[in-house]
Design a protein around this ligand. Structure first.
Ligand SMILES: Cc1cc2nc3c(=O)[nH]c(=O)nc-3n(C[C@H](O)[C@H](O)[C@H](O)COP(=O)(O)O)c2cc1C
Length: 336
């Protein structure tokens, strides 16, 4: 008898022809929304993306909530759906609906630090109770035939339940785990603790995706070397440098990769178009500024100009773009 995909223990994550590990774009609620995902998909280089979480509340209208997820959004790049909630049965129902919509994979959020979320027993608060984490994950695994994965922080207040949580997740039947090695309480304060990623790798039989503080190709290589993890997930590093995935791939294939200025222009144009002209101008300016705020962290030249970009008072996104483009061009000229 054929086992359903979610019941088959996954041994490996795929590598490309040149040995580059599986690269994923991280879920980033707010800033890493569909507009950003569409824009960065034009540059490409990542093998899969994970949508920012869909919250499963206590009294959900499953069908209408699930409509926020479009599995074709980045076609042909797969987009996994991430669910966040603390009620096993509701999470299972939502997972089944998401599978019906065509999801390639469902990820369970055990990392969100927001107090509104943790107060409701979801996100990182599942890390306080490994048996609950197990119950939620197991019920999602049972509800669908696509792979289910779990993304977690290293703990809630501390890492005392780290190993228990990893084993609870593995036991539940998830295909692999993504680890952001900071506790909920740490937020984004201290550096991601990659030693914990190495420890997780030594504990788990299922694959592990390493995440946290990968900002350069060298960081990616260091993470792989120090932790032996099976795949990489990158979040903020891809907002600062949307070419990072292509650069990592190029490193493995030993082909030079040069950034063309036109790609940056296309990226920004696509982003603005994706926001749409029906969105209020103020919101469009705010969103563009937020994205530019990350690009202006890319090097010391841009960092020096960042404040002036953030402080400018344009009310039309085109004006903000015209102000920023010469600075970006100058800043990127070293890498273009
Ligand atoms: C603005 C923002 C929103 C995030 N939203 C999510 C989310 O929806 N789901 C999730 O699992 N992690 C979320 N994260 C965490 C990231 O996916 C990632 O684990 C974390 O930023 C560390 O990776 P990085 O150093 O590559 O950014 C978010 C992070 C940021 C900065």
């Amino acid at each position: 008898m054929l086992q359903s995909a979610s019941l088959m223990p996954m041994q490996h994550l795929p590598k490309n022809l040149f040995g580059c590990p599986y690269l994923q774009l991280a879920p980033m609620e707010g800033v890493g929304d569909a507009c950003f995902r569409r824009a960065i998909a034009s540059i490409g280089g990542f093998d899969e993306a994970v949508r920012d979480f869909l919250r499963v509340p206590r009294n959900p209208h499953i069908e209408s909530l699930a409509k926020a997820y479009d599995p074709q959004e980045l076609f042909p790049i797969p987009l996994a759906a991430q669910l966040m909630g603390g009620e096993a049965e509701l999470m299972a129902q939502m997972a089944a609906e998401i599978e019906r919509r065509g999801a390639p994979r469902i990820d369970i959020n055990c990392g969100c630090p927001s107090n509104t979320v943790t107060g409701k027993g979801a996100g990182s608060s599942l890390l306080k109770e490994p048996h609950l984490l197990h119950e939620v994950a197991k019920s999602v695994v049972k509800a669908v035939s696509i792979p289910v994965t779990l993304k977690m922080r290293s703990g809630y207040e501390d890492t005392s339940l780290f190993k228990e949580n990893l084993l609870a997740a593995e036991e539940s039947g998830v295909a692999y785990i993504t680890l952001h090695p900071r506790t909920k309480v740490e937020g984004y304060g201290p550096p991601a603790n990659w030693a914990l990623t190495a420890e997780a790798k030594s504990i788990l039989k299922i694959p592990l995706v390493g995440n946290g503080d990968i900002l350069t190709v060298q960081d990616a290589l260091n993470m792989l070397k120090q932790t032996q993890c099976d795949g990489l997930m990158i979040g903020r590093g891809s907002l600062i440098n949307p070419f990072i995935f292509q650069e990592i791939k190029a490193h493995f294939s030993k082909t030079p990769y040069s950034i063309e200025w036109e790609q940056i222009l296309d990226y920004l144009r696509l982003y603005l178009n994706a926001i749409g002209i029906n969105t209020p101008q103020k919101t469009r300016v705010g969103k563009l500024k937020q994205l530019l705020g990350f690009l202006f962290k890319a090097n010391p030249y841009l960092l020096e100009k960042r404040e002036s970009m953030l402080r400018c008072q344009y009310t039309d996104p085109e004006d903000l773009l015209q102000f920023s483009l010469p600075l970006l061009k100058e800043g990127f000229s070293c890498s273009c």
